[in-house]
Write a protein that binds this ligand. Structure first.
Ligand code: 13P
Length: 262
């Protein structure tokens, strides 16, 4: 059974003070909501304070980072090691977000090293994939997504793969207000599931949670989540306000999410 997972990617937003106030308010709004896993991914600077506030609130919300490097330590100015994220209470780490790929030159090979390093440190990777607008328009979406999935997950065992979260985020839907239709999103999420079956077998593939991301809002959550291969959302803009993020979380509960499909 796949428990839906709603994660807020805060990108480069919120000071430590703003972050702590946000999670306090969010915990109040979603207290008592069950059947969905909630993750917040603040900037590095706020991770420790957010984890401390979350454990004080006891609402079951967990934290994740937005990136990390694959080495344990060393002369890598500006980078953050997996063990450092564990120390400040992270359970998840977003890897290969399209903004990392676009602005910081991250490749599938780099994402693959990060995925292995995260798993070695007991961090759960949220592996992001998705096509650009010109790729969708030229009909290469599946080829692009296949390359990203195979590249990012190379060398994993079925057991390791089963614990992953994959986020399908079409680049043209990020921050644009242009959500993929539930049907289009399901088509790619279903394609990813089939790819995972080929790579890791039915059991492992059936355990992977595949999120959709790109202009997710409270109003479109239930329809997206009702699709058989959409097991959650990776939320940007609407995850920055406690009321809209709480709306997404509550609308995700019981929306279907393909539970028990495989
Ligand atoms: P938006 O929800 O703002 O479109 O961002 C999506 C995203 O990039 C989450 O990682």
């Amino acid at each position: 059974m796949r428990v839906p997972i709603i994660a807020g990617n805060w990108k480069m937003y919120k000071t430590v003070g703003e972050a702590v106030n946000f999670v306090r308010e969010l915990a109040g709004r979603v207290a008592g909501v069950s059947g969905v896993e909630t993750v917040v991914c603040p900037p590095f600077t706020a991770l420790a304070a957010v984890a401390a506030e979350l454990s004080k609130q006891g609402a079951g919300i967990v934290s994740g980072a937005q990136n990390m490097y694959w080495e344990n330590e060393g002369a890598y100015t500006g980078e953050i090691a997996p063990g450092m994220l564990k120390e400040v209470g992270c359970r998840y780490v977003i890897l290969g977000h399209s903004e990392r790929r676009r602005y910081f030159g991250e490749t599938d090979a780099a994402v693959n090293k990060k995925v292995h390093a995260a798993l070695a440190h007991d961090l759960i990777p949220i592996v992001c994939v998705g096509e650009r607008l010109e790729e969708r328009e030229s009909g290469t979406t599946e080829d692009v997504v296949r390359g990203q999935v195979e590249g990012a997950l190379a060398g994993l065992t079925a057991r390791q793969a089963a614990g992953l979260v994959v986020a399908y985020e079409p680049v043209w839907a990020i921050g644009t207000g242009r959500t993929a239709s539930a049907t289009d999103a399901q088509q790619v999420n279903g394609f990813i599931r089939k790819l995972l079956v080929d790579l890791f077998g039915e059991t492992a593939a059936g355990a992977v949670r595949i999120q959709y991301g790109g202009s997710v809002k409270p109003g479109n959550t239930a329809e997206l989540m009702a699709q058989p291969d959409i097991d959650g959302a990776l939320v940007g803009g609407a995850g920055l306000k406690a009321d809209s993020f709480a709306g997404i979380i509550t609308n995700a509960v019981g929306a279907g999410s393909g539970v028990g499909r495989l």
